[in-house]
Design a protein around this ligand. Structure first.
Ligand code: ADP
Ligand code: MG
Length: 231
């Protein structure tokens, strides 16, 4: 069943030189549980697309449907609640709060909308175990390596059991070997939880690990020819 449908998405930014068209008719459908890599040169609009699909920015035109919901029809408060409940994010910079422990960082998305029940604390601890940091739950981010911080960000992104997981260059700051192990972990957890996954990357090696690869070219998404031929 198709769970994410993006249709004819357009995004223009107003700049001093006039309107800048970044997305010019993006279409994307994702069945539940599927992963897709979005490749494209710097400045091609990958982050812009991910932000709009994640409801962190609004489209100039076009539609996004996640499950039965058009998030942009919900109003600001409804959209924020929907985002918190349904969408997980992993960013290159991770944005961990330095004064909080690993466990507290993982629980931040829960705290945004509700008080933490034992059940959520247990799930957060389970995720921390699954990313291999059980003995680090009390540590601060400053005491962890870059790869370990990436793993905390992955655990945090899944704490609300999102329908859709969005990752923007999640391994961009890591050496190739650490990047590969963080990506493997991300994909393992994605498979276990059944969430849809979109990974923006400029790494063909990272992209090759996902179910599908698409390229952002001149404001549109095109299927990787190799993928199309191979089915
Ligand atoms: P990518 O992630 O593929 O490197 P981005 O989505 O960050 O690309 O940016 C695509 C283009 O949109 C770039 O030319 C960038 O300068 C422009 N852009 C992004 N955000 C804004 C903004 N808020 N205002 C104006 N231009 C923007
Ligand atoms: Mg970007």
């Amino acid at each position: 069943m198709t769970q994410l449908v993006v249709e004819n998405l357009r995004k223009q930014f107003a700049t001093r030189a006039g309107p800048l068209t970044v997305l010019d008719g993006v279409d994307l459908s994702l069945p539940s549980g599927e992963s897709v890599a979005i490749l494209g040169p710097s400045g091609s609009g990958k982050s812009t697309l991910l932000h709009i699909v994640g409801t962190l920015d609004t489209p100039t035109a076009g539609t996004v449907r996640l499950g039965d919901t058009d998030p942009f029809a919900l109003g600001e408060k409804g959209m924020a609640e929907f985002r918190n409940r349904s969408i997980g994010f992993v960013f290159q910079e991770h944005y961990l709060l330095p004064e909080l422990s690993v466990l507290e960082n993982v629980l931040i998305p829960v705290l945004a909308t509700q008080t933490i029940a034992a059940e959520q604390r247990d799930w957060a601890m389970e995720l921390i175990e699954r990313v291999g940091l059980a003995d680090r739950a009390d540590h601060r981010p400053g005491e962890l390596s870059g790869g370990e911080r990436g793993r905390v960000a992955i655990a945090r992104s899944l704490v609300c059991k999102p329908m859709l997981l969005l990752a923007d260059e999640p391994t961009g700051n890591l050496d190739p070997r650490t990047a590969a192990s963080v990506m493997e972990l991300l994909l393992k957890l994605q498979t276990q939880t059944g969430t849809m996954l979109i990974v923006v990357t400029h790494s063909e090696a990272v992209a090759s690990l996902l179910d599908r690869r698409m390229y952002l070219e001149e404001g549109r998404l095109v299927e990787d020819r190799q993928t199309a031929v191979d089915g």
